[in-house]
Structure formats: C-alpha cells, structure tokens
Design a protein around this ligand. Structure first.
Ligand code: ARG
Length: 568
C-alpha cells in the first residue's frame, strides 16, 4: 500500500522481499536492515548501521515520506499523515469497500490459478464429530481466502460413502429401518440404524453375514442394493446442504469414495504395470516407500482378498480430479491423525509420475476436547449450531444493555457461529484445544461476539452519517491527524500483509488477531473521536474513518466465514 509504493519507488536496490511494517510511536514505520536482502545478499551483522545509513541516503524524502532517520541498523520513516489518510480512505468514497487492500503490489506477487479445496467430508450414517466441524470451517476459510485473492476456487466435499458401513446400513435398514423416520429425521435415523446393526453384528453371525452380503451386492452393482444406497446418500447430501447453509458453507461438488471404486482397481493395475506393486508377506499389495528400497516403509493399497483401501481410492480420486478440473493446487483439510496418510498419498502419486502432486497440500489441525451440548455428546452438526444459537440467545436476553435487532434468532445464530470460529481460529491450527461455550460466548475479550458487537456499533456510526445527511463527498484528511486516527490508519494499512501471510501458511490466526486488534483500536476511537457535537467537517472525517474500519472488519470477517450483523 502507501509504504509499499514508497519502498518500490525509493528502494530499487532491495529485492522484492515482503517487508513487515512495524509501528512505532516515534516513527510511523521502521525497517530493520538486518531483515533485508540488498541485491540478493543479507548484510553482515557488523555493518547494519552503515548499510542503514547508505540506504537512507538513497531514499528520497518526498510527498509520501516526510522524514527519514537511522539508528542501530533501523531506518525510521515519518510519513505524510494527511496523504496516508487520504489514499487509504479513498476506496470508501468510491464505494469500493470490498476491494480495499486487494490490489496491492504485495498481493500481486502471489500466484493465481485454480485451487481445489477439499473439506468437511463426513461419513454417511456416522457421527459428524468435532474433526469434521473443524475441517468444514477451516476449509471454508481457505476457500474464501483463495477466492478473495483472485483464484478460481473449487469447493469439494468428499463423502465417506463407501465401505463395509454400507453393508451394515443396508442390511440393518431391512431389519430396523423405517421409511417414515427416514423422511422425518434422516441423519438421526440412519445413524440409529447403523449403530444398532453394528451392535447386533458383534454377537450375531447371521447379521454379520447379511451385512457382508449386502456390501457384496453393492460392489457388484446390483440394482436394488444400489438404489437403496443412492437413497441414503442423496437424503444425506440434501440434509447436509441445508445445515451447511446455516454455517454459510457451500460446496460446488459432492464427490465421495464411492466414485472411485472402479478407478481404484485401475490404479492397482497401473502400479503393477509400472513395477511399483509388491506383495507383502501377508499377501497384501503394497508400494515400497522406503528410501533404500528395502520395504522398510510400505503403504498397503490392496487387501489380500483383492479389495482396495481408503488410500487406493484417494490415489484414484486425485488423478481423476486433476484430469477433470486441471487444478493448479489442491488442498486437503483433515485432522492431524491423517498426516501420514496424505504424505503417503503424495509420495505414491509422485512415484507414479504425477509431478503435480508437488502442488497438493494437506492442512492438518489439532483435536478438540470436550465438545458437548446440554443434552450430551455431539453427534450431528446441527446440535452444535442449535446449542450456539440457544446459548447466545440466552446471553442476549440476560444482558444489561438491551440489544437491538430485528430478528433475535437470526442474530444469535450469526453471532454464535462467529464465537465458534474465533475460538477455533485464534491459535495455530495444529494445536489441540478445549471447547468452552462460556468463554467463547463472552461479550468482552477476544471473542467472535466482540467482533460482531464492534461491527454493529460501527454500522450504527456509519448510519448516523446517512441519517444526519452529512455530505460524504467532501473529506478533509488533515482532520485525522491525531494519534488515535493514525494508529487505526496504520493498522488498516497492514491488511494486505495479513492476507499475504495467511496465503503463505493458510492459518486463520493472522486475520483473526488483526481484526481483534482493529476492534480494540475502534473501541478507543469511539471514546476519543466523538462525532456528535463535533464541527461538521471533523465529524465527517471521523465517520469516513469509521466507515473504513467497518468495511475492513466486515471483509475480514467474511473471509473467516462469518456473516457480519448490522444490529445487535
Ligand atoms: N471421510 C474421512 C473421515 O471422516 C475424511 C476424508 C478426507 N479426505 C480424503 N481425501 N481422504 O475421516
């Protein structure tokens, strides 16, 4: 942004490393020479101050940079605050709020293309556990981020829709199923039938055999079995679509393991013809992934009875996706227990000659402990959403200062989901954390409720402008020179860096912490930069600042997967 332009204009000698603009009270920005490559070379420790002075003499002061000084290897810049305010808040005058920060030099260095993101991926008739919830919200964040940065994004849900569980489900439905219940509450009913049949089959040989038979019929594409399976699958997808909508999540494609049954067999044949398929002592088909080629580390792709496995289907699925969608990168989001699985997947693809496997990535995340509702353990996604909404609704009714809103249920849902997201996104994805309803729903402190509350408050200020009919076209940036305004402006200036950082490591924490900080700064601004009672031109400049903050906050929240509320 402004400083980025200053850097590009004044520091041609620096290679294009992203420079983190650090804020200082004595200077608007500073640059530590020790972090810079000059003509591709890092300066040696001893002469950072000399380098800083050398560089500083090459940097011209101009309309952007008013003063440049150096101290112990750090160059300090004082920028033209008026120009900063003007340039930064310009997009909000032109109604380009959503584009703010996106057309920056820094973000333009990122590669763009087609990104396939696979996330959520629950298993039909089984529990939708905390891991699936995390995959859903993290994957949605990554997809939103990639899309915001100008990529063509394909959102894919890869259902666990194949395997012995369908033998149990199919045979079990014949015994304990009810069409009626299936219509009324499909996920619940399928789960019940599955759990019951699973239990029965533990001690009942006939049941076990019935399940095996049903799955065999499925594998042989027998029409009755297939049509029942299809019904289960479709009903599940319809139901999920509905619930994902509450979360603001959608998918372009519902694929699944079933799609790659036959292709998985072809993969095995290919491995065989490439000489990559070995037979283990147990008679299973394996691929040798040991560096020394001594079968020290192998991956099983074929059972001894000739059936394929989860990984075999994943190999087939990846090849199929490349052919169909020709992605430039593919991202899988699952919990960390599958790190090894994806490593093996990418390795096998590479040895098969698929060099694009280098552009496949697994984003692992840690475990959540203690995710339960008042009625007990969480089985369905809907339970979590209902609980978040109910608890938020309760908190709102208890609050001393009355919330104002048109539709309390809807607001509670949106705010509750934001709380869930902030709790999940604040730390590194790989960390485990303990689920805590009370803490995440607090109105103060670093929570999603605080983000939503600040957004609503900013909306109220912006609305004030419209209602008071304050002329929005004349804007005097020199009325925003006090430190509180400057701190916010400097913070907004970092938005593109935060997105850049997020794009590098796909961690939502940068954006979450950036937005939380913005909300804290806004709270001081609301105290110090009064609008009511100020002269019209001052009021108007401040409203412009609030409008900018409001839009950046909303943009960031949307990337995270939140739906910003205007009133609460
Ligand atoms: N259905 C799997 C599970 O619940 C997750 C699928 C992850 N994606 C993949 N391509 N293997 O564990």
């Amino acid at each position: 942004m402004a400083l980025q332009q200053a850097e590009d204009a004044f520091i041609p000698a620096l290679s294009a490393v992203p420079v983190l603009k650090k804020q200082l009270s004595t200077a608007d920005f500073r640059l530590s020479v020790s972090t810079l490559r000059i003509n591709g070379i890092l300066p040696s420790r001893g002469d950072v101050q000399v380098q800083a002075e050398n560089l500083a003499t090459q940097l011209k002061q101009d309309s952007v940079v008013e003063d440049i000084s150096t101290d112990r290897g750090v160059i300090s810049f004082k920028v033209n605050r008026k120009l900063l305010a003007q340039k930064l808040l310009e997009p909000f005058e032109k109604g380009q709020d959503e584009k703010f920060g996106l057309n920056s030099e820094l973000l333009n260095t990122l590669k763009r293309g087609t990104t396939l993101v696979e996330y959520s991926s629950p298993n039909i008739a089984k529990k939708f556990h905390a891991g699936h919830l995390r995959s859903t919200i993290i994957g949605n964040f990554i997809a939103n981020l990639k899309q915001t940065l100008g990529n063509n994004v394909i959102r894919m849900n890869y259902l666990g829709d194949w395997g012995m569980q369908f033998g149990l489900l199919g045979a079990g439905f014949g015994q304990f199923g009810s069409e009626e219940k299936l219509k009324q509450n499909p996920l619940q009913h399928l789960f019940e039938v599955y759990v019951r049949m699973n239990k029965e089959a533990e001690h009942n040989e006939d049941m076990k055999q019935a399940a095996r038979d049903f799955f065999k019929q499925l594998e042989q594409h027998e029409s009755q079995a297939v049509s029942l399976w299809q019904q289960f699958r479709q009903i599940t997808v319809d139901e999920y679509q509905h619930i994902y909508k509450r979360l603001g999540v959608h998918f372009d494609i519902y694929s699944g393991e079933s799609f790659h049954q036959d292709q998985a067999q072809e993969v095995v044949q290919q491995l065989q013809s490439q000489g990559l398929l070995k037979t283990s002592e147990k008679g299973t088909g394996v691929v040798d992934l040991s560096p020394a080629g001594d079968m020290n580390s192998v991956c099983t792709v074929l059972r001894s009875d000739g059936t394929t496995l989860y990984i075999t289907r994943d190999i087939a699925a990846a090849i199929d996706r490349k052919e169909k969608y020709n992605f430039d990168e593919m991202i899988y989001v699952t919990d960390k227990s599958q790190v090894n699985h994806f490593n093996q997947l990418f390795q096998i693809l590479l040895v098969m000659g698929h060099s694009w496997a280098d552009r496949c990535q697994h984003v692992p995340f840690g475990l959540v402990q203690g995710m339960s509702t008042r009625t007990g353990e969480v089985v369905f996604l809907e339970d979590v959403l209902d609980e978040a909404r109910a608890r938020m609704l309760h908190n709102m009714s208890q609050a001393k200062s009355k919330y104002e809103m048109d539709n309390p249920e809807d607001t509670a849902e949106k705010v509750g989901i934001s709380a869930l997201l902030v709790q999940d996104f604040r730390g590194p994805l790989l960390s485990d954390y303990r689920f805590d309803w009370d803490r995440m729903l607090q109105a103060q402190g670093d929570t999603g409720v605080f983000l939503q509350y600040t957004h609503a408050r900013l909306c109220r200020s912006v609305l004030l402008q419209r209602n008071a009919d304050i002329d929005a076209t004349t804007f005097d940036p020199s009325l925003l020179l006090e430190q509180t305004s400057m701190t916010i402006l400097q913070h907004l200036l970092r938005y593109d860096e935060v997105l850049y950082q997020s794009a590098q490591d796909l961690q939502p924490k940068h954006l979450v912490n950036f937005l939380l900080k913005l909300c804290h700064l806004t709270a001081s601004a609301h105290r110090e930069l009064l609008v009511k009672g100020s002269p019209p031109d001052v009021a108007q400049a401040r409203l412009r600042l609030f409008r900018g903050s409001c839009s950046v906050l909303a943009n960031g929240m949307r990337i995270l997967g939140m739906c910003p509320v205007d009133k609460m």
